[in-house]
Design a protein around this ligand. Structure first.
Ligand code: 5GP
Length: 206
């Protein structure tokens, strides 16, 4: 299969509280895309309003561990006491059908995908400042000051891993961040290695 007939795998990642989920929703609300979201599997309980198979596939720890043993996860990580992971088969199927597949995952998982999928595009979503991240976590109102501080420390360590990504997108506003990601996807499609064969075919036409 030629490279550009396969869809792109786009990995959105970044520290907790940076707004990955919001940026991803904004991206999917754009009218002009053929992005497919890879629904993750998790052992955490559904939040109010979350629907099985839409936000996540909600499973027990036993079931998740069975999927790991059977090699069904493209990546997985433990995050705040729960497993989260990407089921491999659906991603492969969508890519083979030429769809652009978006993963929105935390950093340990993204680094596993980096090892396995050399063609994937890795986008690190960064906060404009550490203060902005603090304010975001605080305004969620779901965590104690102590937990927020430990998340900030974790986020600082994670920011140090941004160099492993292909792109860094600052989430100053959600719309700006979504614009930048769309621009990255368009530029990736125009990359020589993805489109050179079409150009060659054109020159061969008598
Ligand atoms: P939440 O519980 O808030 O939905 O998600 C917690 C964290 O898990 C977020 O940073 C989210 O991006 C990450 N996450 C969601 N799905 C996956 C996944 O399939 N794999 C990994 N590694 N992280 C995930």
């Amino acid at each position: 299969m030629k490279l550009d007939e396969k869809g792109l795998l786009i990995v959105l990642s970044g520290p907790s509280g940076v707004g990955k989920g919001t940026v991803r929703s904004a991206l999917f609300n754009r009218p002009d895309h053929n992005l497919v979201y890879s629904v993750s599997m998790t052992t955490r309980k559904p939040r109010v309003g979350e629907v099985e198979g839409r936000e996540y596939f909600f499973v027990s720890r036993d079931e998740f561990e069975k999927n790991i043993r059977e090699g069904k996860m493209l990546e997985y990580a433990e995050f705040v006491g729960n497993y989260y992971g990407t089921p491999r088969d659906e991603v492969r199927k969508q890519l083979d059908n030429g769809n652009e597949v978006v993963l929105e995952i935390e950093i340990q998982g993204a680094l596993q995908v980096r090892e396995k999928m050399k063609d994937a595009i890795f986008i690190f979503i960064a906060p404009p400042t550490i203060d902005a991240l603090y304010n975001r976590l605080k305004s969620r109102g779901t965590e104690s000051e102590e937990l927020i501080q430990s998340r900030i420390e974790k986020a600082k360590r994670e920011l140090g891993l941004a160099y492993k990504y292909d792109y860094i997108v600052v989430n100053d506003t959600v719309d700006n961040a979504a614009d930048r990601i769309m621009a990255i996807i368009r530029a990736e499609h125009a990359k020589t290695e993805r489109s050179i064969h079409k150009y060659k075919e054109m020159l061969e036409v008598k």
